[in-house]
Design a protein around this ligand. Structure first.
Ligand SMILES: Nc1nc2c(ncn2[C@@H]2O[C@H](COP(=O)(O)OP(=O)(O)O)[C@@H](O)[C@H]2O)c(=O)[nH]1
Ligand SMILES: [Mg+2]
Length: 303
């Protein structure tokens, strides 16, 4: 049998669905920790599946320092958020930084515009991220704002929906694709948290063009392989201040003389809360680097 090319359209742990170039979909067995993800291009020869090189990939670290590939061969990272449930602090910043450093375009979908808490939350999102990326306000439930989102997604290649459980990722996709019927779950009343209704990442083609991956919710978007230098370039909200560039190419926007970001933070053109989040991420990256150096030293001493 000859080799066939396709893309992984669902991943079940020990098996994947492959959508072949001729449009047929077949299940193929894979090793449990193969590292393949939905969106990977593959070559299938009989029972043997080989992953082809990735055009792009984006990763995250969870609270237990476990590494996860969020998606492969993507153009867009669609960060879905809502006022209920709210994302954990720093989630959206980390997602934007990870996207930018992986050469993906981040966009923010603020869902559930029908809720009472939505107006204040959307305004806060606009203030924090509105000048850094495309922000869409929508309600999957009512259908508000869907036309703009659809038009954007139709012309931007392949995207993935990420965000905590319960923000409405699957509900939005159900609205974008007729008869899709992805399972959606009510958020728990007591904890105001989503339930993990979506357990498998699935790839879908939009009728008007473009593709989208629906993914199970997660709360940790720990940064992977990001230096302070990259952070200082990719942190959302400094773009305007940086229109007059820093004197030093590797400026960390902390103590360098004449730094326009530091100056904008001091006179509150940059919100103090946003600057504090930046400093928190810098400290985290420096802490992780010191920790890894210490581990390496200890390993060498033990040899
Ligand atoms: N009020 C309101 N509820 C929504 C909206 N979109 C989704 N939901 C509800 O939020 C809950 C979680 O939705 P789901 O699509 O499963 O979220 P996911 O975990 O992010 O995929 C479900 O009860 C949905 O009916 C919306 O625009 N407005
Ligand atoms: Mg879901």
């Amino acid at each position: 049998m000859s080799k066939r090319h396709g893309v992984i359209s669902s991943h079940y742990g020990v098996a994947v669905d492959v959508r072949f170039d001729d449009g047929t979909v077949e299940m193929v067995r894979v090793k449990r920790n193969s590292g393949h993800v939905t969106g990977d291009c593959v070559e299938v020869d009989g029972e043997i599946l080989t992953r082809l090189p990735r055009r792009t990939e984006i990763s995250r670290m969870d609270a237990g320092r476990g590494l996860h590939t969020v998606g492969a061969n993507l153009d867009l990272l669609c960060i879905v958020t809502s006022c209920e449930p709210l994302p954990p602090p720093g989630f959206i910043d980390r997602a934007i930084i990870a996207a930018r450093s992986s050469r993906l375009t981040p966009v923010l979908l603020v869902n559930k515009s029908d809720l009472h808490c939505a107006a204040d939350y959307t305004a806060a999102c606009q203030r924090a991220w509105g000048r850094s990326l495309r922000l869409f306000q929508l309600s999957a439930e009512r259908g508000d704002g869907l036309a703009d989102v659809t038009a954007f997604l139709n012309s931007h290649g392949r995207g993935i929906f990420v965000g905590p459980s319960g923000v409405g990722k699957s509900s939005i996709l159900n609205k974008l694709i007729e008869d899709l019927n992805l399972a959606t779950g009510a958020i728990s009343e007591s904890r105001k948290r989503g339930r993990h209704t979506t357990t498998v990442s699935t790839l879908h083609t939009l009728p008007g063009g473009g593709e989208l991956i629906d993914s199970p919710g997660f709360n940790d978007f720990g940064l992977v392989d990001i230096s302070v230098d990259s952070l200082s370039r990719f942190f959302p909200g400094f773009e305007q201040a940086l229109s007059s560039p820093c004197q030093f190419r590797d400026c960390s926007h902390r103590n360098e003389p004449g730094c326009p970001v530091k100056k904008a933070a001091e006179n509150e053109e940059i919100d103090p809360g946003r600057y504090a989040m930046y400093l928190q991420l810098v400290a985290e990256i420096e802490g992780a680097a010191a920790d890894s150096q210490w581990r390496q030293k200890r390993k060498r001493r033990k040899k």
